[in-house]
Design a protein around this ligand. Structure first.
Ligand SMILES: Cc1ncc(COP(=O)(O)O)c(C=O)c1O
Length: 390
């Protein structure tokens, strides 16, 4: 048997991969004891594979250290985590306020599935701030935030929205999709948010080889979130949990490094004749910059820009698609939907849907870039070449 040299125990820095459906008990007394402790919320006890394993417990510990909150539930994708969070709070007859800039499939979940379950869904202007108070009705149960917003990167005034929810004359829960800012760039619980959802698929996983999501909650909301996770049967594989736990060791370095590179590239794009506008809240000229400076501790590597033609005339979708093809042909950027990995990606907003019902996008075609960890000058040379074809 392999043993450590000094104390006879073999210890490793990474968690063991423990696969299971069944948890075995020595006898009924130990089964009952485990059930009691698990029902009391002791995460060291699980009675079935969907309720957690030592591998997922270690991942949860790492996630909480990065995001905050009283507890966390894992889901099989970021969208699965959004679904769990919504089902944890909403019931038929409730009114749901959703930012107009929410991740596309989250919009669809609300507009299609939740509407079908008799939830009254209303999209609101992401820039609403304190004025959101005027939209809160007696039936309003949940305000859904996402900041910065998908594709258009509006920064929301989260503290003002939370204050409006808190001062309403009934309990209104706030939940945020914090995928862009996690870990550490935005700390939702420091700003009074009740639930934070993160697609671990992006930076936490970081290597484009898994799907996972997490729902973090305050002490008050945690029982509801745990119940929703348990009853939707949302569970993750031991291998994927292991990989996210491994990603967690480097995620803060990776997100900051990608963010630094992205900001340099975004700054260079600002001055380019074929770029009408860059949507990146860490740029001083961005409309969300003041709020970003006030509330965020950094920027990740995802931003968008609006293309224009070299003669200054507006670009159209064909120009955006041709740009993406030229960029991908240069070899360093991939064309793909996800983001937050080590590899740089481009995606014209049109192909992932830029649906807005309150604040329609009136500019030209948007291209979203996810900047990875490739050498900065290589990325810039591909971007420059694709912007200015000879
Ligand atoms: C902001 C945001 N939230 C959630 C998700 C969903 O994550 P997943 O791909 O793991 O379902 C995405 C995916 O692109 C996203 O961009």
């Amino acid at each position: 048997m392999i043993r450590a040299m000094n104390d006879g125990r073999f210890r490793t820095p990474s968690p063991e991969i423990r696969r299971t459906s069944t948890v075995l008990f020595d006898d009924i007394a130990s089964l009952r004891a485990a059930l009691r402790r698990w029902r009391a919320g002791d995460r060291g006890y699980s009675t079935y594979g969907t309720h957690g394993t030592p591998t997922t417990a270690e991942l949860e510990r790492l996630l909480l250290a990065g995001e905050g909150g009283a507890g966390v539930e894992l889901a099989s994708s970021g969208l699965g985590a959004i679904t769990t969070a919504m089902l944890a709070v909403l019931r038929a007859g409730d009114h749901l306020l959703v930012t107009d800039s929410a991740y596309g499939p989250a919009r669809e979940l609300c507009a299609d599935l939740l509407t079908g379950l008799d939830v009254d869904v209303e999209f609101y202007d992401p820039l609403a701030g304190a004025e959101i108070a005027s939209l809160i009705r007696p039936a309003t149960r949940l305000i859904w935030l996402e900041s910065p917003g998908t594709h258009t990167f509006e920064v929301q005034d989260v503290p003002a929205i939370v204050a409006a929810a808190r001062t309403s004359d009934h309990r209104v829960v706030t939940a945020i999709d914090n995928t862009w800012g996690s870990p550490g760039l935005f700390l939702p619980f420091d700003h009074g948010v009740d639930i934070s959802v993160v697609a671990l698929t992006k930076y936490w996983g970081g290597h484009a080889d898994l799907l996972m999501g997490a729902v973090f909650a305050t002490e008050e909301l945690l029982p509801q979130v745990r119940a929703a996770a348990r009853l939707t049967g949302t569970a993750v594989s031991a291998e994927d949990a292991f990989l996210v736990a491994r990603g967690a060791r480097t995620v803060e370095l990776r997100i900051r490094e990608a963010g630094d590179r992205a900001l340099v590239l975004a700054g260079r794009l600002v001055g380019h004749p074929c770029v009408a506008r860059v949507l990146h809240p860490a740029l001083p000229g961005d409309p969300g910059h003041a709020l970003w400076q006030r509330d965020f501790h950094g920027a990740s590597g995802l931003f968008s820009f609006e293309l224009r033609r070299s003669d200054g005339s507006p670009a159209d979708q064909a120009d955006a698609d041709a740009f993406a093809d030229r960029l991908v042909a240069r070899g360093r950027f991939g064309l793909g939907y996800s983001w937050g990995g080590f590899e740089s990606l481009v995606m014209p907003a049109r192909w992932s849907g830029l649906t807005r019902s309150v604040r329609p996008w009136t500019g030209g075609p948007l291209l979203r870039l996810s900047i990875g960890l490739e050498p900065l000058e290589d990325l810039w040379s591909d971007l420059e070449a694709a912007l200015s074809p000879s």
